[in-house]
Design a binder for this molecule. Structure first.
Ligand code: G16
Length: 555
């Protein structure tokens, strides 16, 4: 583009999307996320960056999702999606942060520097898919994104209100049409179609029943499930609530994050004892399960449980189809309950690795396996199949030709089921809708009641707390966030506290999506876990510049 037309671009940016705040904004765990009123210039600039990214990728489509996911309604954010449907490559996060924070006067020169730095050929075409969640601030931000794309002569395509994982799926399909069709119908056809095909092969049996209650977090995921519900041909009987009507606020006292962190059922849940239920988050990329037991206590089946259910079932199918040469591994973070890790290694005998919080880290680690199952305890995860795994399973399913031996009809049938399981998986990123169908498929195949699923292992009692500090970045961590290296003395204090408790474990880290520090603790009893969490929170408050009231120990 000639410099004169670029000058118009930056004049337009100054007029329409001025940087009207000095608050430094950082690309966090999953993009930029803060109060919605601080974001317009950031999203416009990310539109510019998305065009540059698309050109660096030879004109392949990239994505922008306007959402603050699990955060409350006043927040918003933007997640950038790479051509394979994955999160933006990490090395670009610093570039994105730089562009988001420069003054209006420096926007032109900084953009030019970035174009040079990444060696973008600005004569190429550029294509950017844009989606948004249901927040009332999202349409304005989506328009800012599209204007940013247009400014650098890229082509935006707006999908309106979609889940985050849907947008990731569309981007991947646009760049690789073998994966699917980049439309909402294409998504339903592939993912829901595979679920129905799976169900047709396996009638309901045992203690499994098709009724499932789902908390939609008053966000987009529930709305999409409401569409899907009508096409399930009775294979799943969905009872949806918290769909955004009746004044229900997004993620407020509901949704996957609320259920996981508060360890209590969402508002609006009216469940009979032992009724299986699930909760999505605001943009439909996380899911947890739960039920109320006979003592009226909620039992949570979080991301760790879903991971073990899926890994166990996929490993069983692999054995049944005679594909033992295909390896399977599981990836977790420090938030994984210690009991789940023990169960996976000792009972499932599947290798586990632990990485930093953030789907981008888990996704990369999962790619090291033929089949990589990754889940964060908060319910964010999926399963990845390597090209080799795909090809081998399909070949066994189709003509019974294993790479090692000719397989029999039973092996072929198992491989066909595994093909459906792979097809109902959104392999680009964690997807609550796809994960729900996968979990239901695995429960159905095993004739499993939710209470029996929960009995596979007993979680160590755990507690998560959120803490306000002056500057959360004073905390830095190492060893997949299990130890902190600053501020001085904090790790020593945590070690002392943990040593007092049986099966004690605790760590702290700055959130990359909220302006808080997260504290995690687990121990052998509920009281011990709660007390340890509060003690660690007090240590953080004292040593890392706590704000507001000092945390109190449980009574
Ligand atoms: C995002 C990330 C997740 C992460 C979560 C919380 O989820 O995609 O990987 O676990 O934030 O991150 P943090 O602890 O740094 O706040 P979502 O669903 O909010 O987009």
């Amino acid at each position: 583009m000639p410099p004169s037309s670029l000058r118009v671009v930056y004049a337009f940016a100054r007029e329409m999307y001025p940087k009207n705040s000095d608050v430094f904004i950082q690309y966090g765990t999953a993009g930029f996320r803060t109060k919605a009123n601080l974001l317009e210039h950031v999203v416009y600039r990310m539109g510019l960056l998305a065009v540059i990214r698309s050109r660096v990728k030879n004109g392949r489509t990239v994505g922008m999702m306007i959402t603050a996911s699990h955060n409350l309604e006043p927040d918003n954010g933007v997640k950038l999606v790479d051509p394979d449907g994955e999160m933006l490559e990490e090395s670009w996060e610093e570039i994105a942060t730089r562009l988001a924070n420069v003054s209006d006067n420096d926007l032109e020169s900084t953009t030019a520097e970035i174009i040079k730095q990444v060696n973008a050929d600005m004569s190429l075409k550029a294509s950017v898919f844009i989606g948004m969640d249901t927040r009332y601030t999202s349409p304005r931000l989506a328009a800012a994104a599209a204007n940013g794309v247009i400014a650098l002569k890229g082509t935006p395509k707006e999908f309106g209100i979609v889940t985050t994982p849907m947008l990731h799926f569309f981007v991947k399909c646009r760049n690789d049409n073998r994966y699917g069709t980049p439309t909402e119908e294409g998504y339903y056809d592939k993912i829901v179609g595979a679920f129905k095909a799976f169900c047709q092969k396996l009638p309901v049996f045992g203690d499994y029943n098709t009724t499932l209650y789902v908390d939609g977090a008053n966000g987009v995921g529930g709305k999409k499930l409401n569409i899907i519900k009508k096409s399930l041909d009775g294979e799943l009987d969905l009872h949806l609530f918290n769909l955004g009507g009746n004044g229900g606020k997004l993620n407020l006292n509901c949704g996957a994050d609320f259920v996981k962190v508060s360890q209590s059922p969402p508002a609006g849940a009216e469940l009979a004892p032992l009724q299986r239920a699930a909760a999505l988050d605001g943009d439909g990329d996380r899911i947890v399960y739960y039920y109320i037991d006979h003592n009226n206590e909620m039992q949570l089946l979080d991301g760790d449980r879903i991971a073990t259910l899926l890994a166990g079932y996929i490993a069983e199918l692999l054995r049944a189809c005679g594909a033992s040469h295909i390896n399977i591994g599981l990836v977790q973070t420090a938030y994984a309950n210690g009991a789940s890790t023990k169960y996976i290694t000792e009972h499932l005998k599947v290798p586990v690795s632990c990485v930093k919080t953030g789907v981008k880290h888990l996704h990369r680690a999962a790619q090291a396996f033929d089949i990589g199952v990754y889940f964060e305890a908060n319910g964010h995860g999926t399963v990845l199949y390597s090209d080799r795994a795909h090809a081998d399973i399909r070949s066994i399913a189709r003509d019974g030709v294993n790479v090692i031996v000719r397989s029999d009809p039973e092996q072929r049938a198992a491989a066909q089921l595994l093909c459906h399981v792979a097809d109902m998986t959104n392999q680009t990123v964690g997807d609550a809708v796809s994960d729900l169908l996968l979990a239901e498929a695995a429960l159905r195949a095993r004739g499993l009641h939710v209470a029996r699923w929960a009995r596979a292992y007993r979680d160590l009692p755990c507690r998560q707390l959120k803490l306000l500090v002056e500057d959360r970045n004073v905390i830095s961590t190492t060893d997949a966030e299990r130890k902190c290296t600053s501020p001085e003395g904090l790790q020593t204090k945590i070690d002392e506290l943990v040593a007092k408790y049986n099966s004690g474990r605790a760590f702290v880290r700055p959130s990359g999506t909220e302006d808080i520090v997260r504290v995690y603790a687990e121990a052998d009893t509920r009281t011990a876990a709660d007390t340890l969490a509060a003690e660690v929170a007090q240590a953080v408050f004292d040593l890392a510049g706590g704000r507001g009231e000092r945390p109190v120990l449980p009574a």
